[in-house]
Write a protein that binds this ligand. Structure first.
Ligand SMILES: [Mg+2]
Length: 180
């Protein structure tokens, strides 16, 4: 039985604007902001307070990418592996009404970069039973580090533009094929 492990931002939810807004409010120039980082490390890099960032982050606005909601409703075993702050991600997960078997945010990784290792332990499965879906090179590295399968969230425009090697899922319903 395959377990699907998803990145959150940019993979399941279209959250670029929500993620950028607190940075802009704290005076960070737009061109210095990009995605896929550990939020605490990114705040350090940009010279702003993590606490202020989290206070300003609006947990009420992100929406799933088109087609994701229907797929989430059909998922069998699945989990979430995110570099997001839990104070941002957990309320979003609750608002969306999604209940992954395991959801790990950056606190679960000691506030450093996420890893599939603690997820495999929590899920009680080996890496060859997991397929990770993500939108960043950091997500790909998570899968490669443990030898798990990986598929790109091709509905994310940044993934489309990058046209990466490997498996690119063009629409969310293709996610279900990963259970194979
Ligand atoms: Mg992402």
């Amino acid at each position: 039985m395959t377990v699907l492990v998803f990145d959150f931002d940019g993979t399941l939810v279209d959250s670029d604007d929500a993620l950028v807004a607190p940075f802009l409010q704290l005076g960070v120039p737009r061109e210095q902001i990009d995605f896929g980082h550990v939020i605490s490390e990114e705040c350090d890099r940009l010279g702003i307070s993590l606490d202020r960032y989290v206070e300003l982050y609006d947990t009420s606005v992100v929406a799933p990418f088109d087609g994701i909601e229907q797929v989430v409703g059909q998922l069998d075993r699945w989990a979430l592996c995110s570099n997001k702050h839990p104070a941002s991600g957990r309320p979003e997960l609750a608002r969306l009404g999604w209940s992954p078997e395991v959801a790990m945010f950056t606190d679960a990784f000691g506030w450093r970069h996420k890893s599939l290792r603690p997820l495999l332990d929590a899920l009680g499965v080996a890496a060859d039973a997991v397929a990770m879906v993500g939108d960043s090179d950091a997500d790909l590295r998570c899968a490669q580090d443990v030898g798990a399968r990986f598929a790109w969230a091709g509905w994310n425009q940044r993934v489309q533009a990058a046209a990466p090697d490997g498996v690119v899922l063009d629409v969310p319903v293709r996610i279900l094929d990963l259970y194979g």
